[in-house]
Design a protein around this ligand. Structure first.
Ligand SMILES: Nc1ncnc2c1ncn2[C@@H]1O[C@H](COP(=O)(O)OP(=O)(O)OP(=O)(O)O)[C@@H](O)[C@H]1O
Ligand SMILES: [Mg+2]
Length: 328
């Protein structure tokens, strides 16, 4: 099964300042503010929704097709993703803008000063899915994740016109979109995936009730953080899958993306929704244990152990044959 994963591709540049920003702020002079902090360290983390999801899928042995826009600085990030099995051939490289970047400095009070630069991401609206689907021999699913808003609308419309099943995953973009735009993004989706908060936000902004949404999307997947996930489908009782054990909570960033990666890998393997959600939950648990969204190392054995522990030997038995993790 070919899955195109569309959405943001970005890096986070995280610095720490060993002092308090507040000590340097002169309230009466804020209109002339000019401050520079000496950062103690810099960490550059690979991220972006589409890249995180594709990375997770590749770790489970798939070859996802990453679709998004980056700058010429993407070289080392590209080789990292390709080395892990992500197809980056259809990533659009802007000739003028840098890859989207989040730059954040945190002080000893955990106060933060941050800037987000969308950069090349805004060129994702130039991407046409048709030629990409042709290159890979047809697309079975397109995930439409948070991205340049025009790109999200374009991808969604193109999926509808070309009758390619799509997975609506608007996440952060919901906060910046209005009702009509959100309606356009989810109407006709085969899957709508959101967390609990985004689910309510979607209903509030569109004015669509839970039933209205059920009439417009085939399956609705709602994640509830440590309370697991619910999958609603027509004609069957909702499925609830609890979380897998987490040995240590290191950093929750990327947990939602990891869940999606596992869920999609399950779908691609033709597994039922319960098993898909179990795969998603186990991958999510792995990500929580490492700092960063693409820093975990996954082995097939560790994945199966955690599946067995959380969901029983039957689960590992059903999923095991479909796992083609690069590490045994
Ligand atoms: N504390 C936890 N322990 C174990 N699993 C978790 C935990 N938090 C989240 N998960 C798993 O990850 C899934 C997605 O989590 P959540 O609902 O928090 O997504 P999200 O809010 O979209 O996250 P993100 O901050 O990455 O956007 C959950 O359904 C669950 O399977
Ligand atoms: Mg999320």
């Amino acid at each position: 099964m070919q899955i195109l994963v569309t959405g943001s591709i970005a890096t986070d540049h995280l610095m720490t300042f060993q002092g308090r920003f507040a000590d340097s702020l002169v309230v009466e002079q804020l209109d002339k503010i000019s401050l520079s902090f000496l950062a103690h360290d810099l960490e550059i983390r690979r991220g972006g929704i589409a890249a995180n999801i594709a990375f997770g899928m590749a770790n489970l042995g798939m070859r996802p097709v990453l679709v998004g826009a980056v700058g010429e600085d993407f070289v080392s990030y590209r080789s990292w993703l390709e080395r892990h099995g992500v197809d980056c051939e259809s990533v659009l490289v802007s000739g003028t803008k840098h890859t989207a970047r989040f730059v954040c400095t945190t002080d000893t009070d955990m106060a933060q000063i941050a800037t987000f630069y969308a950069g090349a991401m805004s060129e994702a609206r130039r991407i046409e899915l048709g030629p990409i689907a042709r290159r890979v021999g047809g697309a079975d699913f397109v995930l439409i994740g948070a991205n340049d808003p025009q790109a999200m609308l374009r991808h969604t419309r193109e999926c509808r016109t070309r009758k390619i099943p799509f997975i609506a995953d608007p996440s952060q973009q919901l906060a910046f979109s209005d009702g009509p735009e959100i309606k356009e993004l989810i109407d006709g989706a085969t899957y709508l995936i959101t967390n609990e908060y985004e689910a309510r936000l979607t209903e509030q902004k569109t004015g669509w009730s839970t039933d209205d949404i059920a009439a417009r999307v085939t399956h609705r997947v709602t994640t509830h953080g440590k309370d697991g996930v619910t999958i609603e489908s027509p004609g069957v009782d909702p499925i609830h899958v609890g979380v897998a054990r987490v040995a240590r909570l290191a950093d929750p960033t990327g947990v939602g993306d990891a869940f999606r990666a596992g869920f999609l890998a399950g779908l691609a393997a033709g597994l039922d929704h319960r098993r898909c959600a179990e795969m998603g939950s186990v991958l999510a648990a792995h990500v929580i244990e490492t700092v960063g969204t693409q820093e975990y190392e996954l082995s097939k054995a560790a994945f199966l152990d955690r599946l067995t522990e959380a969901y029983g030997a039957d689960s590992a038995h059903d999923i095991g044959p479909h796992l083609r993790c690069p590490r045994p």
